[in-house]
Design a protein around this ligand. Structure first.
Ligand code: COA
Ligand code: ZN
Length: 304
């Protein structure tokens, strides 16, 4: 089924993982982890977010970190998350070309996360696209499957919500299971409904592993044709504005599964596992990864 196939594994730990850690992680530590991620062969990394330091103090070094990474990793596609025009401009000043603009399908979560109504968030994006036309902007649709305040989200709601964004010119939407409540049937249905309505839209997936469904939901998305999958090193993660959110799907677990299934990723699995171990020794956080905790993670042939 999977021969000759590939998936773009999109590492977002330096943003989604680090932002969940309360104590400030020194810039040098962040950079040393990013370096290990790059050395393992990851080609697409979300390195930070340009957000209010009052909202997320952890990201106060976004500018310095981005400038360093742009200079040192020209062969890697680097991105940052932004919640507003101010952040997008700050990102652009560093020379960054890719940003993810976050809006939540649930208006309650959108207010908790960005202090904006849906309408205000939409208008903010319009300004970003107008003023920073050279930027590649991916829409991060948070709480796409469910919200801590509003409950389960149906596929039709997400699809209808996206209409004005698609009309505005958004070409890529990242479906985020911010609090890890999705199930594989819901993932399949949501992707099918959105694909049918917007056949030219590219979808990505971002799943939290809160209920141990990170892998099955991600696999369901891959089986629906999704080619770019987000995950975090070690499974470090959690949204500070979403009660109950916990770690993300772990990159090294995802890579291991895909490699075992015959996908060609160009990623050094062993280096990635070592990077996750390295990170877990340095940073105290919630890790949902499995493989990095095993002494010898290689799969042995069992002979009878
Ligand atoms: N980067 C840096 N500083 C920013 C900023 C950004 N993107 N956006 C706003 N600020 C600063 C303003 O300059 C202002 O500073 P001042 O108090 O020194 O004048 C302060 O933050 C408040 O600005 P305001 O526009 O009133 O924002 P707010 O207080 O209503 O907060 C957000 C709105 C969106 C900026 C804030 O909620 C935020 O950054 N949220 C991040 C959410 C997030 O990252 N969630 C997790 C990822 S999904
Ligand atoms: Zn997330």
């Amino acid at each position: 089924m999977t021969n000759n196939k590939t998936i773009e594994v999109y590492e977002i730990g330096p943003r989604d993982g680090f932002q969940s850690v309360r104590d400030y992680i020194p810039l040098q530590t962040k950079l040393s982890i990013i370096e290990k991620i790059v050395e393992a062969g990851l080609k697409k990394i979300q390195i930070t977010s340009f957000v209010s330091p009052k909202a997320i103090p952890q990201m106060k070094d976004a500018q310095e970190l981005t400038v360093y990474c742009l200079e040192h990793y020209p062969g890697v596609e680097l991105s940052a998350l932004v919640p507003n025009l101010f952040g997008a401009k700050k990102a652009a000043e560093t020379g960054l070309k890719n940003i993810s603009y976050v809006v939540s399908l649930s208006e309650s979560h959108n207010r908790a996360n960005t202090r904006r109504s849906h309408e205000e968030s939409f208008e903010e994006l319009r300004k970003i696209l107008d003023e920073l036309s050279e930027m590649e902007v991916c829409l991060d649709l948070a709480t796409a499957f469910g919200c801590p305040f509003e409950g389960k989200k149906m596929p039709e709601e997400g699809a209808a919500f996206l209409r004005p964004y698609v009309e505005l010119g958004i070409k890529t939407v990242n479906l985020c299971d911010t609090i890890g409540v999705a199930n594989p049937a819901q993932v399949r249905e949501t992707i099918a409904v959105i694909n049918k309505k917007y056949p030219d839209l590219t979808l990505e997936i971002h799943i939290h592993d809160t209920r141990n469904m990170g892998m099955v939901n991600t696999l369901a998305a891959i089986e629906c044709g999704i080619k770019t999958v987000q995950s975090t090193l070690g499974g470090l993660g959690g949204c500070p504005f979403a009660p109950g959110a916990s770690g993300n799907l772990a990159t090294e677990d995802l890579v291991h599964m895909l490699c075992e299934m015959g996908y060609k990723l160009g990623i050094d699995e062993q280096k990635l596992i070592e990077a996750a171990r390295y990170e877990s020794h340095l940073i105290d956080g919630i890790y949902s990864g499995h493989i990095y905790k095993i002494d010898d993670p290689s799969v042995k042939q069992i002979k009878d």
